[in-house]
Write a protein of this length. Sequence first.
Length: 324
Amino acid sequence: MKWYELTIATTEIATEMISNFLHEHGAGGVSIEESGNLNKPRDTSYGQWYDTPLNDIPEGEAIIKGYFPENTVMEQLLEELKPRIEGLRQFEIDPGNVQYSYIEVDDEDWATAWKDYFHPIAITDKITIKPTWEQYEPREDELIIELDPGMAFGTGTHPTTSLCLKTLEKVIQGGEEVIDVGTGSGVLAIGAIKLGASSVLALDLDPIAVSSATENVSLNGLSEQVDVHLSDLLGVLRQEDNSQLKVKPPVDLVVANILAEIIMLFIDDVYEALKPGGTYIASGIWKNKEDVVEQGLLAAGFEIQEKYRDEDWLAFVATKPKVD
């Protein structure tokens, strides 16, 4: 089968939204390549290492590739995509000087080539993400997350995801019930269990993400502890019949690795879903949205405990006050 490979040159901050647009327009897969300049400052406080392939992508920029069936009318697709991408500027997400191009490719040219760039990655001194097709001998105390992310959801090494995993390692004490909003490949839900949480409700509004997360949860042998569901943010919790859920509010911890604009939409819902004293980890926040998200959390009643940073991204750790 032939596919169209659509290449979009943009900025790192715009990759998540543009990836969503491509999926909504019928992409069969999406890949993202960020700067491979190994001279960029890296956080090595946990002893982690980086295996980003060298490329000539400038700092802060990225290349997104979306794959569309051969019957796609590409000119029409571009007419629909371009205004959506340009519209990101009104939300203070700068896509930069966007460039578009497309070519025709075969199945095998894209379905497996990306795997050449995904190898075991030490996210912290305790957590390592390992692709299912790689051989790897873990240390005795090493926590291994087996991952087959597919073309759509990345490898868990993006700053926002690694930041969440590092933050989960600091926050989880053991035995927590957790909700993971926007689970994607399921890497945070799996990581939470590996770190000692008792159970996780993993939610995503994309059916492909739900399928990917379900598969990865199974690969890690955690199907009894991680419950994956299709849901628009926390919408599944408001359904009249949610008796099928293994994890129900109030819970000890909510984690959301989503863009700041989305985080702002359901802060009050998260507050209601947490036990008094419960913790909210909100990640996926670009530095220019720090103040907006902080004020939103405080207005909802949260207390800010910590902020953790990785490059220009940050994660908030906020708690719901305990009842006196």
